[in-house]
Write a protein that binds this ligand. Structure first.
Ligand code: ZN
Length: 265
């Protein structure tokens, strides 16, 4: 069962909500007093700022996140979104084991509830499990209200805690979107947002060569690599990514210990 949002978090969400209304009030006042140019400027500026802060994954305007491993890291971190999935998770685990590599699996709560055995197997093989929301509302996540965000984040947390006996420490938002209500909720739950700085767009692209070219461009020490489960090419993409990592002479390393993280990167 999802716990109710604590009062302190409710207050902080309310403050952020009131803050979000200020530009709208400013636009209305400017319109009422005939300052149409100012109204247009405030509206368009607010629209652009909120848009960038919400849908650009690596923009930390609305709260802290990590987008790469701490400075000085010599390896790369492999992360998988959208599992668990019976058609790909077992093969990915075998491939990782063959390369003695550990990864971070950001799981969707609803899928985890349908496949608890896979969740346990991921943990048993020594990988880190992260929270990727309960239902993965990819099109609307950036505009969810605080209580809706709470259901998504706390719901997934409770689902995974119920299966594993312990809750994740890392959160990855669906499609990398966020908004000004999310940071307070993650802080309350004890989650840190992990984005990425290396990706192949394998969630939407089916051309494995194009995916690998994109990953290759971002592959350097300290990279956090975003990959996806539950796609037809998931296993092939991992196989070739592991080859690329080996050719570059890089190690696959686990995510950083939270105590060494800077507040925001
Ligand atoms: Zn996802």
């Amino acid at each position: 069962m999802i716990p109710p949002m604590p009062p302190a978090c409710q207050r902080e969400s309310l403050r952020a909500f009131v803050l979000s209304l200020l530009p709208a009030i400013g636009v209305m006042l400017a319109l009422l007093t005939g300052h149409f140019g100012i109204a247009g400027f405030v509206f368009s500026t607010t629209f652009v700022i909120i848009g960038i802060g919400s849908v650009v994954p690596r923009c930390a305007m609305f709260g802290p996140m990590i987008t790469r491993l701490p400075a000085g890291a010599s390896g790369v971190c492999l992360t998988f979104d959208d599992g668990p999935d019976p058609s790909t998770t077992p093969a990915l685990l075998d491939l990782l084991e063959a390369h003695e590599a550990k990864a971070v699996f950001f799981l969707i709560g609803d899928r985890a509830a349908r496949h608890p055995d896979l969740v346990c197997e991921i943990a048993r093989r020594g990988h880190v499990i992260g929270n990727h929301s309960q239902t993965h509302p990819s099109a609307t996540f950036w505009m969810l209200r605080p209580w809706q965000l709470w259901r998504e984040v706390a719901g997934c947390q409770e689902t995974l805690r119920g299966i594993l006996g312990q809750a994740p420490l890392w959160f990855r938002p669906p499609v990398g979107h966020h908004n000004l209500f999310l940071a307070a909720i993650l802080r309350e739950i004890g989650l840190t947002m992990m984005i990425w700085n290396c990706r192949g767009f394998d969630g939407v692209n089916r051309d494995v060569s194009a995916i690998l070219r994109s990953i290759e461009r971002g592959l350097r020490p300290g990279a956090i690599i975003l990959l996806h489960e539950a796609r037809p090419a998931s296993v092939e993409v991992l196989r070739r990514t592991l080859d690329l990592i080996r050719v570059r002479g890089l190690d696959v390393v686990p995510p950083p210990v939270k105590s060494v993280l800077a507040p925001a990167e």
